[in-house]
Design a protein around this ligand. Structure first.
Ligand code: ZN
Length: 189
């Protein structure tokens, strides 16, 4: 007996409703020209190069991780661990609340406060890694770089650094100008 099985799902005429979480894929829409088959690394944008380097750094971090950690098991908590690990290479002085220069944008003297990664660097880094993760086959819904904990951590870093340096990132928000077009093709004569 034929049942009416077409009632089931075919009446949704909007074909591609993929429920994407609110993470905007930031810069995957960058200028990827309909390129001729030249794929030398020198044609990559600075962003792409940086993204690749960041991705390698993170891969290295995973390989050196104890206990061993594979990308597929990587969670937002591991990303936070990674960000804290990066702080030791930071170059931004972040005053503690005990420091007399806490809140001073331009301290008149050196102080022993730690150097950290600037919030802006971390924020950009996470953006690149989030894109790289998906470009390397990761599922968007499992993207640890888009995890809520990571967003919250970044916000916290931003606020605490803004306070420590006496500046507000809301006021000083600077937009990076769009990258200038790359070099003209050599055959312009
Ligand atoms: Zn200080």
């Amino acid at each position: 007996m034929d049942s009416n099985q077409e009632v089931d799902s075919s009446n949704t005429d909007s074909t591609s409703i993929t429920i994407t979480p609110t993470t905007p894929t930031t810069t995957t829409i960058m200028t990827s020209p309909p390129s001729s088959s030249s794929s030398s690394p020198s044609t990559l944008s600075r962003y792409e190069n940086q993204k690749r380097r960041d991705w390698n750094t993170f891969g290295q971090y995973l390989r050196n991780h104890r206990p061993p950690l594979s990308l597929s098991r990587c969670s937002g908590a591991h990303v936070l661990e990674f960000l804290r690990y990066l702080d030791q290479f930071g170059k931004t002085k972040v005053h503690t609340q005990l420091c007399p220069f806490f809140g001073h944008p331009n301290p008149p003297a050196p102080c022993p406060c730690p150097l950290r990664q600037a919030w802006g660097s971390l924020d950009a880094l996470i953006g690149r890694l989030r894109a790289a993760y998906e470009e390397n086959g990761g599922k968007p819904e499992a993207n640890p770089f888009g995890a809520r904990a990571v967003r919250l951590y970044l916000r916290e870093v931003r606020d605490s650094q803004a306070k420590a340096r006496g500046i507000s990132y809301e006021k000083k928000k600077r937009k990076r100008p769009p990258q200038p077009p790359s070099l003209p093709p050599p055959s312009s004569s």
